[in-house]
Ligand binder design. Structure first.
Ligand SMILES: NC(=O)c1ccc[n+]([C@@H]2O[C@H](COP(=O)([O-])OP(=O)(O)OC[C@H]3O[C@@H](n4cnc5c(N)ncnc54)[C@H](OP(=O)(O)O)[C@@H]3O)[C@@H](O)[C@H]2O)c1
Length: 175
């Protein structure tokens, strides 16, 4: 079975930052719920550092097939499938019959996925603030993507920053 689409999901600050010292920076519970709801029932594909950054009690991410990419042939991840390339990870999702696998980062894995032109849809939560960090989401050419939805959220007592849920679909230039 072919995929309906391959998606990625990420939360990105205004200056491109997605993480610092192998951790997330902001706490936005509404975004965590969006992540959980969007990826529920699907294969989630992540880099080994992202896997390491998830607190033990939350991993594997439940209700989803977890796939971890590493170059380390002896790496083991309890409750997850370990592979050695993004293509191998997508093969696992295909064999499992998932029609929409999600690439969930971090920075290195997003970069490979975009460079290899593997992504059809991006769920980008734009956090409207600049942060000091050392992991970044790659720049992408907005002319090659169409913003199909945008939902703005103002700060409130649980959310220190404003943010927007954006969905970008790749423009099909094959015709
Ligand atoms: N804001 C967000 O939405 C979001 C989402 C996800 C993650 N993050 C943040 O991102 C950071 C982690 O990202 P990161 O860029 O440091 O690491 P990463 O992309 O999670 O993982 C990098 C690791 O993936 C493996 N890898 C990379 N390229 C590979 C290849 N071509 N073949 C096989 N394996 C390969 C390597 O594992 P080995 O070293 O084991 O070989 C590499 O060290 C954390 O701060 C995390 O909190 C943020």
């Amino acid at each position: 079975m072919a995929f309906k689409r391959v998606s990625l999901i990420v939360a990105v600050a205004e200056n491109g930052v997605i993480g610092k010292d192998n951790d997330l920076i902001w706490y936005l519970p509404r975004d965590l719920k969006y992540f959980k709801d969007t990826t529920a029932g699907h294969t989630v594909i992540m880099g080994r550092k992202n896997w390491d950054s998830i607190p033990l009690k939350y991993r594997p991410l439940k209700g989803r097939d977890n796939v971890v990419i590493t170059r380390d042939q002896s790496f083991q991840a309890d409750g997850a499938i370990v592979v050695h390339s993004l293509n191998e990870a997508l093969e696992i999702a295909k064999k499992a019959g998932d029609e929409e696998p999600f690439i969930i980062g971090g920075g290195q894995i997003y970069k490979i996925a975009l460079e290899q032109n593997l992504i059809d849809r991006m769920h980008i939560t734009r956090v409207h603030e600049e942060f000091d960090g050392n992991t970044f989401f790659p720049q992408f050419d907005e002319n090659k993507w169409k913003l199909v939805s945008k939902e703005d959220h103002a700060p409130d007592h649980r959310h220190e920053y404003s943010f927007s849920f954006c969905i970008w679909d790749k423009i099909d230039d094959s015709q």
